[in-house]
Every structure is written in C-alpha cells, then in structure tokens.
Design a protein around this ligand. Sequence first.
Ligand code: FE
Length: 184
Amino acid sequence: MTQFLDRLERLFAERGAAQYGGEAVSQLEHALQAAWEAEKDGATPELVVAALLHDIGHLVADHDEDAAEKGLDDHHEELGCNFLAAQFGPAVTEPIRLHVPAKRFLCSTEPAYLNSLSTASIRSLKLQGGPMTPDEAKEFSDHPYCDGAVRLRRWDEMAKAPGLATPPFAHFRTYLEMCCGQPE
Ligand code: FE
C-alpha cells in the first residue's frame, strides 16, 4: 500500500505541473481543488479519493495532454480506473470510470449545466459522444454509482479556479491511506 501511495505522490510531483487540458490550472491544482470541494461537501473518504484521482489517467498516459485539441478522445477515465483497480474498491474506481459519462448525462438532463461548461470541456464533450440520449440517460441514472459520479463531475467542473488555495497533497494522503488496499 505505502509503495503504491508513494508512486501516486511521485506521479503528481513529476507530472502534476502539466496544464490541465486547456484550463488555467495544472493537473495537481485541479486534483487538489476537486478533492477539496469533495471534502467541503461532506463526501465519503472514497469520494474524496475519487475526486483527487479522477484524472490520474492523464498522468499515467503516454500520449500528450492536448489530445482533445487534436481531436482525440484519450479515454483517460478508463485508463485511470484500470490503473487504480488493484488498490482501490469500486466506491473509488466506479465514480472515476463514470465521470465522463456523468458529464454526458448532465448535459442531457440539465441545460444549465451544459451552458456552464468551459470551452475546453465543450470541445472534449463532442469527442466523448455529446449529450446522452434519453434512453442512455435513463440507463445511467439506474447505475448504482450514478450519484457518486454526478457529484464527482460537479467538483470536477468547480476545480478549474486559477490560484485557488487548497490543502496540500499530504492532507489528502490520509484519505488515500483509509481507502487503499481494499480492492473488493
Ligand atoms: Fe477533471
């Protein structure tokens, strides 16, 4: 467990300074802001961890960070979920895997949400399949991790504030230690 958490911390230290897909924050700032929003919202430790690690797929991927600007969907939610699955249970990995579908879900069910998206997020939405159809949205709303994924998605959208102060990574390591090593 400690080894894996050290590896995560190293990933953020080494690659976290990269810009977060067309936004004015870095990957590390984005992760910390999302986790901070989750904590302030009274989320479970698993959801705080999911918020912190939801874009880890971008950090473990070999391709470049501007994939969306080049018209590519990087499937970072699947990458991240697979990377974490041996160490964390579905309460952490499923909201991560579903945070992109949750965006497509919210775009189809809440017009105000669609209108609030940043330019970069609208660009990637198109690559991710656009808003869900009513049938897809119904199926998604029946998923046991729908609520967690939707909450994560909202923290994700909030976590793009340039210069917003948050607790450091070490603060959230406590949550990682609580949830790591429980893959079942
Ligand atoms: Fe994100």
